[in-house]
Design a protein around this ligand. Sequence first.
Ligand SMILES: [Zn+2]
Length: 433
Amino acid sequence: MTQATQLQTKSAATFRALKCKECGEEYELKAMHVCEFCFGPLEVAYDYDALRRTVTRETIQAGPHSIWRYRPFLPVETNQPIDVGTGLTPLVRANRLARRLGLKNLYIKNDAVNMPTLSFKDRVVSVALTRARELGFSTVSCASTGNLANSTAAIAAHAGLDCCVFIPADLEAGKVMGTLIYSPTVMAVQGNYDQVNRLCSEVANTHGWGFVNINLRPYYSEGSKTLGYEVAEQLGWELPDHIVAPLASGSLFTKIYKGFREFVDVGLVADKSVRFSGAQADGCSPIAQAYREGRDFVTPVKPSTIAKSLAIGNPADGVYAIDIARKTNGNIESVNDAEIIAGIKLLAETEGIFTETAGGTTVAVLQKLVEAGKIDPDETTVVYITGNGLKTQEAVQGYVGEPLTIEPKLDSFERALERSRTLERLEWQQALV
Ligand SMILES: [Zn+2]
């Protein structure tokens, strides 16, 4: 590459180091994720003075219709990131769900329709693969509970990178097909996610691949900050009062928080204390358990829940999520599988949004918090829906009824309609008893 083209494609980098979250030690911006002194996780540090000088609401709004409008806040050097239209998903005012729950100002951040693979993971992967390319990786990889494999395979295909992903062998069919279609190498590991993750750490050491959520994790996780930026921008450059988000590793939760804080720090929004509440499934709730018991450490569990995308038994950012929930006067709750299915149906029936089990978990926890008086009806509350229900159809099979099969004749239709109305009346009467 000539110097001139380098000048064209490189911009003034606003990220300056990798910094240990525990001891503060700083490192060069390479592919590493653990502090060599204290084994704490590394995080990207920025030059906020430079951001304050150069970024305004107007420069952001003049940017692309994707997460890359926030590029100065993301850890990449290039002006030409991998942009597959990821981000700027709808922030929907959820009036019918709000009325059902007794709330007044409820919004859904709908990443069930994020591009290209219908989950929030497209945000983190767009950032990770752009950075992987800058660091010279030609093969990218991940340890995934499903959505991340979809996203890594799809965006690697778009970018022309070789891809090998690792998933637990018992994943939902939609998530396996949603990966295979892009023709990566798919390793279905006979074990749970935590075992997949341990295997991948070994492969990362021996094969020199770019694992988006292992050696590229500090860059990757920054992509989740865009879920904070977008909500602030879509609320008219204001922060909400309360957010409810799912907890798997806990990373998403901490990065929404970081996104809000950065927008305050550089003067893009007014300061406000935002309450952070997290959602887990009973069958994998190490963070909720620690929170409930007032602990500062998370005890790993063996997951058993239909919410497979949240089934991380040893969550890397669990303690940081607990810290944020406590200091913002939020909460961390968990719900059982029946409540998760009810949550999926409630969101679909009131708002027309079909979410996967993680979203059902989040909606069910929202409901539980409202019933316990832990959400003020007047608060502007944003619920993060992070994935699409078409990928986890197994979870709701048997709970959504059947179509009415009829002959192609008007009288057959009329009879069926009458039957279904009678059935509805009966159900309604039973509900009243
Ligand atoms: Zn350290």
